[in-house]
Design a protein around this ligand. Structure first.
Ligand code: AMP
Ligand code: MG
Length: 331
């Protein structure tokens, strides 16, 4: 069973977790996006343990967390101007860049691919852990593959707890959804996953338009995570467009037969039936992101039959949220 440490001070003692990383063990740690399940990125056997613990398909590569730009540069064969410009501006932070990998990066990390995804985390605990362990840390979200990402330690699945040598509890994650993944090998650069940093802001920094979002229906996919059902609770998620009357929606979807319905809305309305739980979601994308997974985790724990979600507006600042909701609704 995992050792636990709760971090509340400014300079926590991370000797145990850092040593575990160096020894090839797994560590759960907080980041500004979601909780990560980390291992020494230079140790293939350690990296395999991540795939095993999550039940992650071997074809889905991992993000490597680095302490700074210098460490990132050693993991890529080249460092284009775009990488320098973006990392100086957005690191440490929730931006992941994809570049051709150097020979230091084991194939296990990149799922056999020629590129590596790199990010310098903005959370002080994550950053301290990467620094103190002295190696880059490969870390996907600390959930079972396909399921909701954890934004607090209470969300961790027992299988993940059992697989980790250490769990570092830093309280709830501030960002609440994953990083933005940007491919810098394609020309022009392309968003592979919408995330906490808006594509509009990245596009403005590069002087190009990035808002069209991830390429779809490519074979093989440029980012394997793109095509998966993902970020999903166990109970079914049904999406409805904004401003729709809940009663009409339930009628149309023949949902009356369900005994327990949770309805996540951005615009307030009256509960049409007593059995229906109405959850008022924030109408601001940052705040919505912060509470989204926790809300879904809670509803899932109460075993609702269906979660109906009123979609936020189809505008660029809601891209990442709409993406997560869409993939949560795929069955
Ligand atoms: P997570 O596992 O939740 O941290 O998500 C990582 C995301 O980054 C997934 O969607 C991966 O498919 C994507 N990713 C990681 N490495 C690469 C890479 N080398 N090229 C493209 N996408 C990647
Ligand atoms: Mg994930």
């Amino acid at each position: 069973m995992a050792n636990r440490i709760t971090v509340d001070g400014t300079t926590p003692d991370l000797d145990g977790p850092a040593e575990a990383i160096r020894n090839g063990q797994l560590v759960v740690f907080p980041t500004e996006t979601v909780y990560g399940l980390g291992a020494n990125a230079l140790d293939s056997a350690a990296v395999q343990r991540i795939f095993q613990a999550k039940g992650r398909p071997a074809s889905n590569p991992l993000i490597v967390h680095v302490a700074d730009i210098d460490q990132a540069r050693r993991l890529a064969v080249h460092w284009p101007e775009t990488a320098q410009l973006l990392t100086e501006r957005f690191w440490p932070g929730p931006l992941t860049i994809v570049l051709r990998k150097s020979s230091y990066v084991p194939n296990a990390v990149t799922a056999g691919g020629a590129t590596v995804a790199l990010r310098c985390p903005g959370h002080s605990v994550a950053l301290q852990l990467v620094r103190e362990s002295g190696v880059p840390i490969a870390a996907p979200s600390a959930n079972l593959s396909g399921y909701l990402s954890p934004t607090q330690v209470a969300h961790l699945a027992p299988e993940i707890v059992a697989a980790a040598a250490w769990i570092v509890d830093g309280g709830p994650c501030h960002g609440g959804i994953e990083s933005t993944v940007l491919d810098l090998e394609s020309n022009p650069p392309a968003i592979l996953r919408h995330g906490l940093i808006r594509s509009k802001v990245l596009g403005e920094a590069l002087g190009i338009d990035l808002q069209h979002g991830p390429p779809r229906n490519e074979d093989p996919p440029r980012s394997p995570g793109l095509l998966l059902r993902h970020y999903a609770p166990s109970c079914p998620v049904a999406l409805v467009e904004s401003g729709t009357d809940p009663d009409a929606v339930l009628d149309r979807m023949s949902l009356h037969r369900y005994s327990k319905v949770a309805y996540l809305m951005v615009h307030r309305a009256e509960a049409p039936q007593p059995a229906i739980r109405l959850v008022a979601m924030p109408d601001n994308p940052e705040l919505y992101a912060r509470v989204l997974y926790d809300t879904l985790h809670q509803i899932d724990a109460e075993r609702f039959d269906v979660i109906v979600v009123e979609m936020p507006p189809d505008t660029s600042e809601w891209n990442a949220i709409r993406d997560r909701l869409q993939r949560a609704s795929i069955r």
